[in-house]
Design a protein around this ligand. Structure first.
Ligand SMILES: [Zn+2]
Length: 511
């Protein structure tokens, strides 16, 4: 299809590499499964040489996901490329994505290589990658700040060496739409063998223009866009997948392009990524923000009631938003739960479904109505629950008040056998309990983010606590838990984060 735009999702690579977003292997797989349902063309699953965890994640995704191309990132170096291949080779459609910087500033200051040397390295890398992998993508990092003549030359050579996808990144989010569109047009006009390759773009959002630049590139001949769910990514993030896809769909009169994205899966995956990374979506975020389809002003509400299109350019259903908000109650059975979960994009294995069902029943005892948000919390916690519970909460007791020093006593079960107990005071009940847990685990950690929010409306709503801590080596770990008791949710979230430290500090032994 000549008017098709290839959607290359890099949530698990560029998105995951931004500070504090780190996901474990199982969480990555869960996101990949949702990306498959969303029907993206390509999943960039990670940067295999970056760490053993990254490698395992890419490998597991390549082994499991069947519906998409699985790409692994590699610098233009033999070792990187080998490692990427070792991870993606299990896929039915593997791709190696190799890159080197081409702008004067990057070549001189970062790589400390002459342009000739960069050219040589790029060609070698592409040739080598092509020997291993049937599909190779080449990226000219910082392309938008590169000298055009050099860029044309390196692209031409990369295609000659076997690359069939050429990616033009606006690595630092510097380009302006018109200028970026022209760059794509110029490449089309000046690289004589460009017809043999797909032109891809990868835009960053430092000036808030990542989506605009990507769309402008599409108008000028790019047929692949690299983007992420919720626009997460380095610094100000990447081009947001949902915004690009919905712009192409809603304004097909302008773009005349289609994607194969299953748009009703947009909202579920947005929620999942936000939960797993701990990056909340701003309420006014286009497409997936909480208020994106809320009509508050009287005149607007009146218009909407008379005719939705007065103020609505796309329907909430088209992104999977308007599902019945009341989900299930105390008497709902396993099948009803299974159906709801499937509607939400979760296809759980039997054992997992049983676990979720048990938790659902426990919650239904405490809470009359179970909403989508409650189910989402349970399911994403189950995904996180894959981390072994080195420390398990057995008991906590907190003494607090406005005229007493808050004191917490906590007892944890260590590695399933040893009971460890301690107590500490703090500025408040949460601080006191976190301090107590630190005394027990002996980990030196710093709390860098903590927040609690109500998942739904109502007095019996569950509180969701999210905790981010940093260990001595500077690694960031997230923990998240929900409970109708916010203090309990906070303590459990903290213990989850601590368990991730414990898990991370022992060598990763499973496949
Ligand atoms: Zn990037």
């Amino acid at each position: 299809m000549e008017n098709k735009i290839i959607i290359f999702d890099t949530t698990l690579r560029d998105g995951e590499q931004c500070p504090g977003a780190s996901l474990n292997t199982y969480e990555k797989l869960e996101v990949a499964k949702h990306l498959e349902k969303l029907n993206v063309d390509v999943i960039e699953a990670g940067f295999p040489i970056a760490s053993p965890g990254d490698f395992e994640g890419v490998k597991l995704i390549a082994q499991t996901i069947k519906g998409c191309t699985i790409a692994g990132l590699a610098r233009a170096a033999k070792k990187d490329i080998e490692q990427a291949w070792e991870a993606v080779k299990y896929s039915e459609r593997p791709r190696i994505h190799t890159f080197i910087a081409t702008s004067p500033i990057h070549m001189k200051c970062k790589l400390q290589l002459s342009p000739e040397k960069v050219l040589e390295q790029a060609i070698e890398a592409v040739q080598y990658a092509c020997k291993l992998c049937p599909e190779v993508e080449f990226s000219a990092e910082d392309a938008s700040r590169s000298e055009k003549e050099f860029l044309y030359k390196i692209i031409e050579k990369a295609i000659k060496a076997g690359a069939t996808i050429i990616n033009i990144p606006d690595t630092v989010g510097y380009a302006q739409p018109e200028e970026f569109g022209k760059l794509i047009r110029d490449i089309k006009e000046n690289v004589h063998n460009i017809g043999k390759a797909v032109i891809s773009v990868h835009c960053h959002n430092d000036l808030g223009l990542a989506v605009a630049n990507s769309l402008e590139a599409i108008k000028n001949g790019a047929t692949q866009v690299e983007c992420t769910i919720n626009g997460i990514g380095e610094r100000a993030g990447n081009a947001s997948l949902e915004e690009i896809v919905m712009a192409l769909k809603t304004r097909s009169d302008i773009y005349h392009k289609i994607t194969q994205i299953n748009t009703p899966q947009i909202y579920p995956i947005s929620k999942l990524v936000s939960k797993l990374t701990g990056f909340t979506v701003q309420p006014n975020k286009a497409i997936v923000g909480k208020n994106a389809f809320a009509h508050e002003a009287g005149i607007h509400q009146d218009g909407i009631l008379k005719e939705r299109t007065t103020y609505e350019i796309m329907t909430p259903q088209s992104i999977g938003l308007e599902r019945s908000s009341l989900v299930l109650g105390k008497h709902s059975g396993r099948n009803a739960l299974k159906n709801r979960l499937e509607e939400m994009g979760y296809d759980l294995a039997k054992e997992k479904l049983n676990e979720v069902f048990k938790r659902f029943k426990r919650l239904a005892d405490k809470k009359k109505e179970i909403f989508i948000e409650d189910l989402e919390a349970i399911v994403s916690e189950e995904a996180m629950g894959q981390i072994p519970e080195v420390f398990k909460l057995e008991y906590f007791h907190i003494n607090t008040g406005n005229s007493t020093l808050p004191t917490a006593t906590v007892r944890l079960l260590y590695q399933g056998k040893q009971h460890l107990e301690d107590a500490a005071c703090g500025d408040g009940p949460v601080d006191a309990s976190f301090k107590t847990i630190d005394r027990i685990t002996k980990f030196k950690v710093k709390l860098i983010d903590y927040n609690v929010q109500a998942l739904t409306k109502g007095k019996d709503a569950q509180g969701e606590a999210a905790v981010k801590i940093r260990d001595e080596k500077g690694n960031v770990f997230t923990g998240r838990s929900t409970s109708t008791d916010t203090l309990e949710a906070s303590i459990r979230a903290y213990i989850k984060a601590v368990n991730r430290i414990a898990y991370n500090s022992v060598p990763n032994t499973h496949g």
